[in-house]
Design a protein. Sequence first.
Lengths: 415, 68
Amino acid sequence: MNESLSLSQLNERIGLAVAADACLRDVWVTAETGDLRISGGHCYLELIEKDPVSGRPVARLRAIIWASNYPRISADFVTATGQQLASDLKIMVRVSVNFHPAFGLSAVISDINPEFTCGDLIRRRRQMIARLTQEGIIDMNRSLPWPDVALRVAVVSARGAAGYGDFITHLYENPLRLRFSTRLFPAVMQGESAPQSIIDALDLIAAEMDAFDCVVIIRGGGATGDLSSFENYDLAANIAQFPLPVIVGIGHERDVTVLDYVAAVRVKTPTAAAEWLIDHNSTALNRVRDLASDIFRAASDIVSGGLQQLAYYQGIIPTIALGNVSRAASALDPVVPDAIRHAVEALVRRHSDRLDADDRLIAALSPQSVLRRGYSICRVDGHAVTDAAALSPDDIMTVQFARGSATSTVNKVNN
Amino acid sequence: MQPVSELNYNQALAELEQILAQLRSDDCDVDRLTALTARAVDLLNHCRSRLTATDLELRTILRNLSQE
């Protein structure tokens, strides 16, 4: 009969061999996480190495973070990566291999290098961004035109979540009293089912997209949550190609996700999403206010311009009328009579001058004047003789002088 | 003229801008001023009511939402 060991004896040997090998203590290992769960404060997970081409596991080992280490390791990890330790992450951990007779081989994790995961997350995100860019969809949602008025908001959020409440309160209690209308499309906002759940909600919104101006995807405010489920190509592609502008406010201060590269608007918190919407619509409200004051200014300008014109006429018409009257009066009073008088006087003077001249002419031409200058008038039978032929010898002729006359007899006529 | 209630926000806004342009033009008819201003007031109220809600409406909305 062959000598044999009980299984526990064998396992004990394995355990001793493992424990004795310094190469299996405090080794840094890189692997993917899987099947991660927390139980009794301890974190149980699987470390997996996959074939880079086929994606099939080529190595696998159970791992544990004891409750004494888990809070510290988890906090370090969250601080550096902005997400919780979870499945499907590439991690670098310091492990010591342990073999328990009853539970078998496992790696006890004592430390983590979050930088490795960061690099990997960034690498993964870059790949997604490159793919979205290559497919020509990365800017589609971001280049959608925003309507001037975006008051009808489809909200994707977890029902009853604090972030949703913050958003609603902030939106409806806006001091401008903008008339928002919202409708909640509930979705799971964390964990592995989140991307598909959000995509389903987006599909419902798309089915009645005419009823909405935009979509808001929000998630609990404040708490440093696990963003890894949002680092999802399908969700990013859905948002990128969504026909309405999408605002993403999934509540993380530091880190970004791939969704931030595709959504029309990225905000940090649900409250900030409400803030953004209020601000956007207040522009429209201000435009209405400006138009109102412009219109009333223009209208009152016309009225006051008209009134001013009327007042001007009111002031000027009496002046013009009175001016005209007084001008007419003054024209009648001193000026015209004077002119007439002058004209008449001139006329009279002109006429009297002419009469004077006529008098002088008449005086000059009178027979008496002629006679005084030495001429005399010869008359025969009372008729003045102007032609010698009319005379005959022995005619009795009376000669009149300026003073006195004489009677003569014609001796001879000389024709 | 289309009743104001049948206009959407952008149509109302466009008409407001048209009225403003008319009022600002040099040949604005004073006889039409009353009609234009009355129309502008209607349009402005319409736009504003599209954008803003009354206290009562807000209270109703918030009450409905809290019951969700």
